[in-house]
Design a protein around this ligand. Structure first.
Ligand code: DPX
Ligand code: MG
Length: 560
């Protein structure tokens, strides 16, 4: 016999989840029991609900989708930041919240975990603003339809969804789940529109001599990474990649021409985009950060923008088609146009190998990055937290197969520790290397304890530059100084009596190399390597970018 809770568990398992993240609370305990009855689904616990949301977000990056289970209000409202982040980052995270007993609604009862009013609908109202579908389940008969609606919307739109279940309904008997194809089935591209879009885009490209591809972060959500390679190879042109999309086009591909990011682009990448007579934008997001304070945004008649479900260029605007169908169709019809690749090969500077610092010399950012780079293999995922870690990570050269995760649209510090935890739960077979600043770490540090609990051999490079260096470069003040912690020492506290995490503090290159050996030998838990560098030791890219972003922020109000 199925209950509302086991129905939900079956659906989560049917969409491919092997885990769900959870924090217990009285409004969700019965639901958690019901979820536990599904042996194909493991319950993974987090220290708090913000981390629970981020962990699910990280799992969705590794695994395609995720679920986080929290209690009402005190839990749900904490998870909101992470869920809104999943919206911004195009990740289908299903937030599931326990909720008050259905009999208490519309009565004069006051309940705990509420704002001491009779209205319990605010969490649903807030969830509606940050998800693509939000449902409140107060009847077992309605539950299957509501659950399917939320999960279907999340998977189709690659956005979070919200399911709230009254605590007295979670174990109520309900219908058995039917075949999952009814939930995950996608509406195919409109055939006529697809043909028209491909024909018009091929015509557009035939008129151009120097097209370049620009890959954006929504390419992965559209499931079109493979098809972007097909189009690139058919055209033979140079392929540039936006920072937020790093690794979505393989960096070892012969047509990869580097990260395009305005004045802080990889050498030659900006020149080739500026020189092009057509920029084919695939799943791109242009915001103030990615355009370096609105200084680098492809525009004009030479721009073709292809998003999931939507292609636009010149006088054309086609909807109702999938990006992957458009790209593979266009690959079959596109003319060969390799001028940007020929030119890029001519202007591309020889790659420079950073030389090793003296092992006893005071540790510098460049040496940290050089040593992390040497760890990156085809099986590695590099996770870069907001801060100078963005720039340090983006500058790395990834071998084929290596992945890169960044939360660049939402940019919430504190994301990386729990997202790394969630990613590691979802991808046991990968080597996971996280780069996290001291300021960011202080927001969500306790989730390292969950890595210890699950014995995940994650390597964390904690960059201790004694403050919010990125903010120093944008706009400095006393608020950018933070209390120093004994970051390496924290691991001992989290280990308590049974953990196998390791914490090591390093102040020169020799110590760093030794610490990396310790990390590689530690298979039973995370290793945190605290890298002590100067407060002002930051990447030159951060300084240029920070100056531009600061002037974009400082634009005076314009008369309307
Ligand atoms: C803030 C940022 O130490 O990195 O390399 O020293 O900059 P760097 P840290 O982790 O410091 C991060 C700090 C304070 N951003 O420089 S990027 C503002 C901010 C944010 N998210 C949240 N609160 C504040 N991005 C949740
Ligand atoms: Mg810092």
């Amino acid at each position: 016999m199925h209950t509302v809770g086991t129905y939900l568990a079956a659906r989560l398992s049917q969409i491919g989840l092997k885990h769900h993240f959870a924090v217990a609370g009285d409004f969700n305990l019965v639901l958690l029991d019901q979820l536990l009855t599904n042996k194909a689904l493991e319950q993974v616990y987090c220290c708090n609900e913000l981390n629970c949301g981020y962990s699910a977000e990280g799992y969705a990056r590794a695994h395609g989708a995720a679920a986080a289970v929290v209690t009402f209000s005190v839990g749900g409202l904490s998870a909101i930041n992470a869920i809104a982040g999943a919206y911004a980052e195009n990740l289908p995270v299903i937030l599931i919240s326990g909720a008050p007993n259905s009999n208490d609604r519309g009565t004069d009862h006051l309940l705990h975990h509420t704002m001491a009013t009779h209205d319990f609908s605010y969490q649903l109202d807030i969830a509606k603003r940050i998800t693509c579908a939000a449902v409140s389940i107060t009847s077992a008969a309605e539950a299957p339809r509501q659950i399917d609606h939320a999960i279907r919307a999340a998977l189709r739109e690659k956005k979070p969804a919200y399911i709230e279940i009254a605590c007295n309904i979670a174990a109520a008997p309900c219908a058995a789940p039917g075949p999952i194809s009814a939930v995950i089935g996608e509406k195919p591209s409109d055939a006529e529109t697809l043909d028209a879009a491909i024909a018009a885009a091929a015509e557009f490209l035939r008129d151009k001599q120097k097209p370049v591809l620009l890959v954006g972060s929504k390419l992965r959500a559209a499931g079109a990474e493979k098809q972007a390679i097909e189009l690139a190879e058919a055209l033979g042109c140079a392929v540039t990649v936006m920072a937020a999309a790093k690794s979505f086009f393989p960096e070892d591909h012969p047509q990869f021409a580097g990260i395009y990011w305005g004045e802080i682009s990889a050498p030659g990448a900006r020149e080739i985009v500026d020189w092009a007579d057509a920029v084919v934008c695939l799943g791109t997001i242009f915001n103030d950060y990615s355009t370096v304070g609105w200084t680098a945004i492809p525009s004009g008649a030479g721009v073709l923008t292809a998003q999931e479900n939507h292609v636009q260029f010149g006088e054309h605007d086609f909807g109702g088609i999938h990006l992957r169908d458009f790209l593979s169709g266009l690959a079959r019809k596109a003319p060969r146009r390799d001028a940007t690749m020929v030119e890029f090969k001519r202007i591309r500077p020889e790659p420079q190998r950073a030389s090793a610092a003296h092992p006893a010399a005071k540790l510098k950012r460049t040496e940290v990055v050089r040593q992390i780079q040497s760890l990156v293999t085809a099986e590695t995922t590099v996770i870069a937290e907001t801060g100078d870690s963005w720039f340090n990570g983006i500058g790395m050269k990834l071998p084929g197969g290596a992945r890169f995760e960044i939360e660049m649209q939402w940019g919430s510090i504190g994301w990386a520790v729990p997202a790394t935890f969630g990613y590691a739960v979802g991808a046991r077979d990968r080597r996971i290397v996280a780069m996290i600043g001291d300021g960011s770490f202080q927001l969500t540090a306790q989730e390292v304890a969950q890595m210890i609990r699950r014995k995940l051999p994650v390597i964390i490079f904690l960059i201790n530059n004694r403050g919010y260096t990125i903010e120093v470069e944008i706009h400095d003040g006393p608020y950018n100084n933070i209390k120093n912690w004994d970051y390496a020492g924290l691991i001992g506290a989290f280990n308590a009596e049974d953990g196998r995490g390791r914490g090591v503090r390093v102040s020169n290159g020799g110590e760093l190399a030794e610490a990396i050996k310790v990390a590689l030998a530690n298979h039973d838990g995370p290793t945190l390597i605290e890298c002590v560098i100067d407060r002002d030791d930051c990447s030159p890219e951060l300084i240029s970018w920070g100056r531009r972003v600061a002037s974009a922020n400082a634009r005076p109000p314009q008369p309307r």
